[in-house]
Design a protein around this ligand. Structure first.
Ligand code: MG
Length: 269
């Protein structure tokens, strides 16, 4: 394998979530030439906030034969990319079209007009990054529910069980039914997550790192968030099938190349 790379940085136009640090986001584009000479490209975009090591360290380790789990995912994407290029196939030919959710990561950047436009463009599900201002978020959930949207909330495990309880109990009656699921409501712990499912369905995203897979016989979540950028697609699908949970694929808010690979995975699945 021959690996070359090109560093890049992305400048967020608005707040990405409650956890994201301010400033530029660094990543690296990879070009991988395999034994047969086929070339594939992939992205490597670490989120230090979610425990990923800097790309420089991951590539240094790779030189001495230690491949991080995240880099392994990038190499898998590059291998797939190479295969598609050889066959002269576009990633959109890999599966069926999928629906995306409309994303609200910054409440101040959204207006009712924008939401109407989203509805007109065909969006029926909105994902709201929550955990910042409960009052404003509850108001937004109510607006979205009244407009007919299904809602996905993502707390990034920033709060506690009681913050979540207070949030859910403050929701106006009838609104809960419009919530499709809540991602990482608070730090993962089997009992309390299972308990929280009396209000809504839960989705396991970044808290996945705390799950002891060998010990889990019954899932305390309903949906597994699959980020092909840092999780083996095969493993995630196997685990979901075993536990009878659903899978939602998301990008890593990374370089458009990484976003395309995630979309390709979603279409293929
Ligand atoms: Mg999430």
């Amino acid at each position: 394998m021959e690996l070359s790379f090109y560093p890049y940085s992305l400048k967020p136009v608005h707040k990405l979530n409650t956890t994201a640090r301010q400033g530029l986001r660094e990543g690296v584009l990879l070009k991988v030439k395999n034994k047969t000479g086929a070339i594939g490209y992939a992205d490597l975009h670490p989120w230090a906030e979610f425990g990923d090591r800097p790309w420089v360290e991951q590539l240094q380790d790779c030189q001495s034969g230690r491949i991080s789990e995240q880099l392994a995912c990038s190499l898998e994407a590059a291998a797939w990319d190479a295969q598609l290029r050889l066959q002269k196939r576009h990633i959109f030919e890999e599966g069926l079209p999928v629906e995306n959710n409309f994303l609200i990561s910054d409440l101040s950047a959204v207006s009712e007009e924008k939401l109407k436009q989203a509805w007109q463009s065909g969006y029926r599900v909105v994902k709201l990054k929550a955990g910042h201002s409960a009052i404003e978020e509850i108001r937004m959930v109510q607006i979205l529910a009244e407009m007919g949207f299904q809602i996905r909330l993502d707390f990034n495990a920033a709060g506690t069980w009681s913050d979540f309880q207070a949030f859910m109990e403050a929701l106006p009656a009838g609104v809960c039914g419009a919530i499709e699921y809540v991602e990482d409501p608070f730090p993962y712990e089997w009992e309390s997550w299972n308990e929280a499912r009396r209000w809504v369905r839960l989705a396991l995203d970044n808290e996945v790192t705390k799950v002891k897979w060998d010990e889990v016989l019954v899932a305390a979540w309903d949906v597994l968030i699959l980020k092909p950028a840092k999780m083996s697609v095969e493993k995630a699908v196997q685990r979901s099938e075993k536990l009878g949970t659903l899978v939602a694929v998301t990008s890593y808010m990374d370089h458009p190349l990484g976003v395309m690979h995630a979309l390709g995975v979603a279409m293929k699945l």
